[in-house]
Design a binder for this molecule. Structure first.
Ligand SMILES: Cc1ncc(CO)c(N)n1
Length: 224
């Protein structure tokens, strides 16, 4: 089924939910990934988490660039303000999480500042960079996959109390009042893209699916 057929079958769903449904198979693989389960149980091996965080530190670097271009392309000052606040969060609280975790896990600065990127990370960089060159809607939809998927698995882990701070805080960074409000806001932005042309909608749906696939492959890669 193509994206327009899916929209016709589910005309009452918000655009964000239509996008998600179009990529449901990939989406479920992210939310129920072994990595997520082990994070919640606190049984994730340090080696796996180290592999993941080393790659993810470069992902977050690319993500900050994407947010910068979304700010530049944003249609209003109010939108710039919300995105700038998010940029502050990922360059402060989230950044210090990485640095403290690298220290606790014994990952040296030379390793996390000049890592050897795996294939999924390289593809992710390309997808994020594509996401930042095609205008506001494309950039926001790209950001949306990353934040909404992490938000969704973090909510799923509510009530889990892993012992180590590097497990606990990675969940808390994706389930807290400010972050949840931000994800809600992004979702409402995306819902407005229902008014774009069919051709643009289809491009957003394909980008959404491509990113969902990369998200679970990114988890897979931490085990290799
Ligand atoms: C790969 C990946 N996707 C999403 C997020 C959430 O920002 C992250 N930190 N890493």
């Amino acid at each position: 089924m193509n994206f327009q057929q899916l929209r016709q079958q589910h005309p009452d769903l918000p655009f964000s939910e239509q996008l998600r449904l179009y990529s449901d198979e990939e989406w479920q693989k992210i939310i129920h990934h072994r990595f997520v389960n082990e994070l919640g149980e606190g049984t994730l091996a340090n080696q796996v988490l180290s592999n993941y965080l080393i790659q993810d530190y470069t992902f977050v670097d690319s993500l900050t660039r994407l947010v910068c271009t979304a700010i530049a392309d944003a249609p209003t000052m109010e939108i710039r303000h919300v995105l700038a606040n998010f940029l502050t969060a990922i360059t402060s609280d989230e950044n210090t999480y990485f640095i403290r975790s690298f220290e606790a896990l014994g990952v040296s600065e030379s390793l996390y500042l000049s890592p050897k990127l795996n294939d999924v990370s390289l593809e992710f960089q390309q997808a994020l960079s594509d996401g930042s060159t095609k205008g506001y809607a494309y950039a926001i939809t790209t950001l949306f996959v990353a934040e909404w998927s992490y938000h969704t698995w973090a909510i799923r882990l509510r009530g889990k109390r892993p012992r180590h701070f590097y497990h606990k805080e990675w969940i808390a960074l994706h389930d807290n009042i400010e972050f949840n409000a931000f994800v809600d806001w992004v979702r409402k932005q995306v819902d407005q893209f229902a008014s774009q042309s069919e051709q643009e909608q289809n491009a957003l749906a394909e980008q959404f699916k491509r990113l969902c696939r990369l998200e679970y492959q990114f988890f897979d890669a931490a085990y290799q």
